[in-house]
Ligand binder design. Structure first.
Ligand code: SGN
Ligand code: CA
Length: 509
């Protein structure tokens, strides 16, 4: 089993001596789609509890400054697989097709003797490469009765996506892999992506909860043109029928013509049992919606509550299913030789700035949850600035594979072992490209250090924004061009240019 080294851990339960050194470490990489750190109780307990996901942090680490390189699904996944920024891996926006012939960490792990598998949301258009087994959703995938592509063959599976994805993962772990080899399993849930459809058994969860409205829910975007021009507002853009499930049987409720049909189609796709559960829950809510004829703030806050309830219910199902996987690892004695990772493809707005969705370099979507449990590794918080381009080199180093020099991320292994490198990066680079497109978020790039953030919105706009995250953590006050900020602006501008050169982003040329 050449090429595979193990991290000889230091915990009491870790086997010692030769046995520990020879034991290869498995990698279980769990990624959800659009899971905000605000709704993961290891980070933020204001809204809901996620006791199972928290189990990973409890015996492991919580990265408190974890970010993505480009806050949108396909690009984020491509950064993660390649360890490179979007302009290097070529998948700059969701309209692209991933070039699967390029170097990825699953390919390198496989060459080194790992069994590799990819299960769930893939979203890179081309077929997965570098996996012994893959079973993926088509595109975004459906919450109910989804069709999977099982190593090239389409197969519809009855049930709820989060449960099915977990079943497929447990089936691969128990029955399909070569147990003589270490494994690397990418378990990627489509949940909690729009339209946040809960499992029927979770429909009534949190019914008695009123979620607090973020302080900047009614943001008017003074000094922030790109923020003012987006189309991801709960008030303006969240659709009553599509997003909030008001597909009435009388066909009296009408919403955005581009979305209403899709909302009705989603409902019609449920099987009779699913429909019965859905109707029992939604019919009275639809009747109440019709009767009350809410407008203005009352309607805005009703929409916010419905959104939060559905989203949190979907997370509850993710949490329960991750519990199933952790229980399996425990039962099989795999906790002691498996690195467990939990993350999302990016963060998400839970009404901050009045929004849902992501894309912006503002904190809620630039950040992403990141929990890891390395047997014998550090426990507690890791505060260093880390990014999703760092995962590939981490897994490679862990497997004893030489990290190729064209990988742009940094291995997190020293941090996971509790080391405090004194030359860790002091700033992060970000670049988002998907415009013009759904949600109308302008192209932008920027830099963030441990206190300041400088963003440049470009293309059909030319606007700079500067934030002091210490005094303005919710990024409401654009300081760019304000007297007194010349020096910090200059410093951040220099850092930005430096990173664009370091990462070889052609925008710099
Ligand atoms: C879909 C959603 C958008 C979302 C993108 C990207 N619309 O197009 O709201 O921003 O995905 O999300 S929907 O009508 O299809 O639900 S991503 O996480 O996959 O990048
Ligand atoms: Ca996503």
């Amino acid at each position: 089993m050449t090429g595979i080294a193990a991290f000889a851990g230091t915990s009491c339960s870790q086997p010692s001596g030769e046995q520990a050194v020879q034991k290869p470490l498995n990698i279980l990489y769990i990624m959800t789609d659009d899971h905000s750190f605000q709704t993961l109780s290891a980070y933020d307990g204001r809204y809901i509890q996620t006791p199972n996901i928290d189990r990973i942090a409890k015996d492991g680490v919580r990265f408190t400054n974890s970010f993505v390189a480009n806050s949108i699904s396909g690009p984020s996944r491509a950064c993660m697989l390649t360890g490179k920024h979007s302009h290097k891996n070529g998948f700059i926006d969701n309209a692209h097709t991933f070039d699967g012939s390029q170097q990825t960490f699953p390919k390198l792990l496989r060459q080194a003797g790992y069994q590799t598998a990819m299960i769930g949301k893939w979203h890179l258009t081309s077929d997965p490469t570098g996996f012994d087994y893959w079973n993926i959703l088509i595109g975004q995938g459906d919450y109910y009765n989804p069709t999977f592509i099982d190593n090239g063959e389409k197969r519809q599976i009855e049930g709820y996506a989060t449960n099915i994805t977990t079943d497929l993962a447990l089936d691969w772990l128990s029955n399909k892999r070569d147990k003589d080899k270490p494994f690397c399993l990418l378990l990627h849930h489509k949940a909690p992506h729009r339209t946040w459809m809960p499992d029927t058994c979770d429909l009534r969860l949190y019914d008695d909860v009123t979620f607090p409205l973020p302080e900047n829910f009614y943001d008017e975007y003074a000094g922030r043109t790109a923020a003012a021009e987006q189309e991801m507002s709960i008030i303006k853009d969240m659709d009553i029928v599509y997003d909030l499930k008001m597909a009435d049987k009388e066909n009296e409720i009408h919403s955005n013509p581009n979305l209403e049909g899709a909302g009705r189609y989603i409902y019609n796709n449920l099987n009779p049992d699913q429909k019965a559960a859905w109707d029992a829950y939604y019919d009275p809510i639809i009747a109440d919606f019709k009767a009350k004829k809410r407008t203005g703030k009352e309607l805005a806050e009703w929409k916010f509550q419905r959104y939060m309830h559905d989203y949190c219910r979907v997370i509850h199902s993710v949490d329960r299913n991750i519990g199933r996987v952790l229980d399996y690892l425990e039962e099989q004695g795999l906790m002691e030789n498996t690195l467990i990772v939990y993350t999302s493809d990016q963060g998400f707005y839970m009404g901050e700035h009045g929004w849902f969705d992501k894309r912006f370099m503002y904190e809620e979507s630039f950040r992403t949850p990141l929990l890891m449990r390395l047997p014998g590794g550090k426990r507690g918080d890791i505060p260093q600035l880390v990014q999703n381009i760092d995962y590939a080199p981490t897994f490679l180093e862990l497997a004893g594979v030489t990290v190729p020099s064209d990988i742009q991320g940094e291995s997190l292994l020293p941090l996971l072992k509790g080391e405090e490198p004194n030359d860790w990066r002091d700033a992060l680079y970000y670049h988002y490209y998907e415009y013009p497109a759904e949600h109308a978020v302008k192209k932008h790039y920027g830099v963030r250090d441990d206190r300041y953030k400088l963003i440049h919105f470009y293309d059909d706009i030319d606007q700079w924004e500067l934030y002091d995250l210490q005094t303005d953590p919710t990024e409401m006050h654009n300081l760019y061009g304000q007297p007194g900020y010349e020096e910090v602006t200059q410093r951040m501008m220099t850092k930005l240019k430096e990173l664009q050169r370091q990462y070889d982003d052609p925008i710099d040329k």
